[in-house]
Design a binder for this molecule. Structure first.
Ligand SMILES: O=C(O)CCC(=O)C(=O)O
Ligand SMILES: [Fe+2]
Length: 317
């Protein structure tokens, strides 16, 4: 097992007004380095009350413990959003062994909350509001780390209606296999993950899987494919997976700071023609990519290499 851990970065200088620029620059430099080396890092002093993070985890556990009948009351609507909003258990044929509850940001106009547990809606709304602010902050830091003119990513990604919070319950591993979520890259801009004390999230670095130790006060942050495509591979979307333990359930939740589906994604001129480099990806509408990736739910490919990745749009020069 690898003997190193992904970096933990304290982001408080960005949350305290009148914090000095030097401290911000140091944090920024650490984030830039973490993005280049790992595409994964953890943040602490991130501004989301720890009490709220734990409360949400407890409520997710209560929700997933409800009867199937209750959970199915918030099943996704046929012909609804992609990915589907609501409660879903991974289909039998899927390589994912979990059930999840996906809640879209209120500005989507289609966020549906379970009635039970009763405080769930209020807590999740509060969480989405905190995560959205954190997403805006991290995006602006990443934009600057990439050396882009101020607010470049903020102006491009100015619609929050595709952001979502997903709570996940992984069933205990079986004798036969322990995969909870197979190796993948996230298709979005930035993901925040909070895992319970069981752990299981692993990131691939130089061919080795590095376990990310769970922590009550840290959030895991990872870069998604949209940033990889826009930056023409300057920052990459890391491969990660979830391993399930034997004999016990594993819970986590993740906030997907996303991109609105009608946005056109292609490597930015700052990483291509302005520096004399050719684009590594063809342009695409984000919703097309999301739909292609979502096909694995209904038409699982027989070979893992047939799953759609960002490489689907690669240009071989
Ligand atoms: O459950 C986790 O810890 C991570 C989940 C994840 O990788 C994802 O939802 O994309
Ligand atoms: Fe992921």
């Amino acid at each position: 097992m690898a003997s190193f851990d992904i970096p933990t970065i304290c982001v408080s200088p960005f949350l305290i007004s009148q914090e000095d620029e030097d401290r911000k620059k140091k944090v920024m430099e650490r984030i830039r380095e973490a993005c280049v080396k790992y595409s994964f890092f953890q943040i602490e002093n991130h501004g989301i009350p720890l009490e709220l993070l734990n409360r949400a985890m407890d409520l997710y556990k209560i929700f997933f413990d409800c009867s199937d009948e209750d959970k199915l009351l918030v099943s996704p609507k046929p012909g609804g959003t992609v990915p589907p909003a609501g409660y879903l258990k991974s289909p039998q044929h899927s390589d994912e062994k979990n059930e999840h509850l996906l809640i879209l940001n209120a500005s989507s106009g289609v966020s549906v909350y379970p009635k039970n547990p009763p405080q769930f809606k209020q807590v999740l709304e509060e969480m989405i509001s905190h995560f959205t602010k954190l997403g805006v902050l991290l995006e602006s830091i990443i934009s600057e780390c990439l050396g882009l003119p101020p607010n470049t990513l903020a102006k491009f990604n100015n619609d929050r209606s595709w952001d979502f919070l997903i709570g996940l319950h992984y069933f205990p591993a079986t004798e036969a296999e322990d995969n909870g979520k197979s190796a993948h890259e996230d298709g979005n801009c930035i993901t925040f993950v909070y895992q319970d004390e069981v752990g299981g999230l692993e990131v691939k670095k130089d061919g080795q899987w590095i376990p990310i130790a769970p922590s009550k006060h840290k959030l895991v942050v990872n870069i998604g494919d949209v940033i990889q495509a826009l930056s023409n591979n300057k920052f990459k979307s890391a491969t990660h997976r979830v391993v399930r333990p034997r004999g016990k359930s594993r819970y986590s939740y993740a906030f997907y700071y996303n991109l609105q589906g009608n946005k056109w994604v292609e490597p930015l001129p700052q990483f291509t023609k302005e520096i004399g480099e050719s684009a590594k990806y063809k342009g695409f509408f984000y919703k097309e990519y999301v739909q292609l990736r979502a096909r694995k739910w209904t038409h699982p490919p027989s070979r893992p290499e047939d799953l759609i990745h960002l490489t689907h749009y690669s240009i071989s020069n």
